[in-house]
Design a protein around this ligand. Structure first.
Ligand SMILES: NC(=O)c1ccc[n+]([C@@H]2O[C@H](COP(=O)([O-])OP(=O)(O)OC[C@H]3O[C@@H](n4cnc5c(N)ncnc54)[C@H](O)[C@@H]3O)[C@@H](O)[C@H]2O)c1
Length: 344
């Protein structure tokens, strides 16, 4: 069994593939104080990466940059072995092509020390199907980010059939340590969690356009001026917990459960068994932590006020005046006081 590096000892990481995602990871790792060694076969990769880091740095400086972070502490290499030399972690962000990922995993496996964990940015392949031509399958995991990886906190971490729990745990700890919001999945699910949810919405939207049921604008506004305003504060589960009023999710399911039989979506609904109902209700209570329904409503409402002022979504002229009078700053960022209010 490999002993993976001590987090504190890692000063250098490697990014393999430096396009939209690999470049975003590079910028993020730099902002967290690491040196980054990059490998990408494109002859223009270095120039593109330089532009991407320049564009990302102001945002990173505002939110995630640590003292001493050096924007220029990266190097680009033409040799893969040279690129990963001395790296305590490797983030793979090559194109989404299974054959290419398999070959690249094999090449990485050959040049990385066995105790180096390799995380893949893949949007949907499983580690099991990518790590088919490697000797040290135990150190390969998925570390699925969201674009732009230098700003969106979520990373979904999941191993394959041959990944060791130690490597999966190490990767989850590493991403957490550098400030990411990690979801560690204990089984491989196609599309992981977030892409599965996004995909369900995306497919239904395409069906609606295809059938002439909605326009592109109607679909976009149905989210940006509707449910999308609630999701930054509570995900779809706690949002519906509040849709049940004082009765919370239990009332919501008992009231609207029969709608699952209605043809509201082209997806097939699961049977709303007693177990599913109870699991969802219990999960909402656990996610609410100490917060009552009243607390959650106050939190959601403060958040939506801040967000509507920021985006101007559906504001009356009075609201728009309030927004332009300074609740959203000229730079388009929300003040710290406002965010405090939103969180409270
Ligand atoms: N774009 C997104 O929104 C997004 C979000 C999450 C995850 N991802 C995943 O991240 C990965 C990269 O996607 P992207 O959007 O950055 O693609 P991209 O096309 O922007 O970048 C891919 C980079 O890989 C390089 N490359 C080509 N062949 C390579 C090889 N054999 N080895 C290493 N690098 C190689 C290319 O030169 C390019 O710079 C994919 O697995 C994708 O599914 C993408």
């Amino acid at each position: 069994m490999s002993t993976y590096p001590t987090m504190e000892d890692i000063t250098t990481v490697a990014c393999v593939g430096a396009g939209t995602i690999g470049g975003g990871w590079t910028a993020y790792f730099l902002a967290r104080g690491y040196s980054v060694r990059v490998w990408d076969p494109s002859p223009v990769a270095g120039e593109k990466l330089s532009r991407l880091i320049d564009a990302a740095w102001p945002a990173l400086s505002e939110l995630d940059k640590v003292d001493g972070a050096d924007k220029s502490a990266w190097s680009i290499h033409t040799d893969l072995a040279e690129a990963v030399a001395g790296a305590g972690f490797v983030q793979e962000s090559a194109p989404e092509d299974l054959h290419l990922k398999r070959r690249l995993f094999a090449d990485l496996d050959a040049v990385c020390e066995p105790d180096v964990v390799i995380g893949s940015s893949t949007s949907g392949y499983s580690t099991t199907e990518m790590a088919t031509e490697v000797t040290h399958a135990e150190r390969f995991v998925v570390g699925h980010p969201f674009n732009p990886p230098y700003l969106i906190p979520l990373v979904e971490v999941v191993g394959g059939e041959k990944s060791s729990p130690e490597a999966v745990g190490w990767a989850a700890d590493f991403y957490s340590r550098i400030g990411k919001s990690v979801i560690r999945m204990d089984r491989e699910v196609p599309g992981f969690i977030a892409n599965r949810l996004q995909e369900a919405l995306w497919r239904e939207a395409l069906h609606m356009i295809d059938n002439g049921e909605a326009t592109v604008d109607q679909i976009d506004r149905s989210i940006t001026d509707g449910p999308g305003l609630r999701w930054p504060f509570h995900g779809p589960m706690l949002t519906f917990h509040l849709a049940g009023g004082e009765g919370g999710m239990a009332h919501m399911l008992d009231h609207f459960g029969p709608s699952l039989k209605s043809p509201w979506t082209r997806l097939t609904a699961p049977e709303l068994t007693q177990k599913l109902r109870d699991d969802v209700v219990a999960g909402c209570l656990e996610a609410s932590d100490e917060r009552t329904i009243v607390d959650l409503v106050a939190e959601r409402d403060a958040g939506i006020i801040a967000l509507r002022r920021l985006t101007g979504s559906g504001l009356s002229s009075a609201g728009a005046d309030a927004a332009s009078a300074g609740t959203a700053s000229a730079s388009g960022t929300v003040s710290a006081a406002e965010l405090d209010g939103a969180a409270g």
